[in-house]
Design a protein around this ligand. Structure first.
Ligand code: DAT
Length: 190
């Protein structure tokens, strides 16, 4: 993956200075990204950016893929739209794919994981068609998003968290908050 090609920022480039971190919460649909992001935003005061909603609201797409009932992203438009929001830090970005974003944007990448027997009914209750359910199940089983995250970001910033139960979700929110508090202390400007 090569999300930074053509930009001045490569894999080794230092992050631009920011007072608060940017966190990416990613994973297969249904693993709990939006719920976890909302709870984390509430616990930390960071801003939740639901990328799917942003894409729809600002028409950052090239139309609807009727087969999968999802929008075809216009990646360039999306990155341009988000760039200024990401600069000062303080964002929780919630999206089901992670390789499209510049590496320099994020200080932590959380990949949520859910067991098959738990994920299937979550997707069913969303009213997804069989094709979409099967595609997402396969994505989770093959840990596509986790592999993407590991290929796209430095190893030490990618964490995998289980998201099967409310207890795990609450624990995940606490862990992310503790990580953020630590980040702020470590990144204080003199
Ligand atoms: P995503 O944003 O990854 O698509 P979501 O936050 O919308 O997922 O969650 C999908 C549904 O599953 C929603 O009804 C909340 C529920 N859910 C998600 N994570 C959960 C967890 N860890 N424990 C219990 N329910 C969860």
């Amino acid at each position: 993956m090569d999300s930074d090609s053509g930009s001045d920022y490569g894999r080794e480039a230092p992050h631009f200075p920011r007072d608060l971190p940017n966190i990416l919460i990613t994973g297969t649909p249904g693993t709990g990204k939006t719920t976890t992001s909302e709870m984390t935003a509430e616990a930390t005061g960071l801003k939740h950016i639901n990328v799917g909603d942003l894409v729809k609201a600002k028409s950052l797409h090239e139309g609807l893929d009727t087969e999968y009932d999802s929008y075809i992203l216009d990646e360039d438009k999306l990155i341009d739209e988000m760039e200024e929001m990401m600069k000062p830090g303080g964002n929780i970005v919630d999206f089901h794919t992670c390789e499209i974003f510049p590496e320099r944007w994020f200080d932590l990448v959380v990949v949520l994981r859910t067991d098959n027997g738990v994920l299937y009914p979550r997707l069913e209750s969303r009213g997804y068609n069989t094709k979409k359910i099967n595609e997402n199940m396969e994505c989770e089983i093959m840990q596509v998003v986790l592999e993407e995250a590991r290929e796209s970001y430095a190893e030490q910033i990618v964490i995998e968290l289980q998201s099967n139960s409310i207890e795990q979700m609450e624990e995940n929110v606490s862990r992310i908050k503790a990580w953020m508090d630590h980040w702020i202390v470590n990144n204080k400007k003199e």
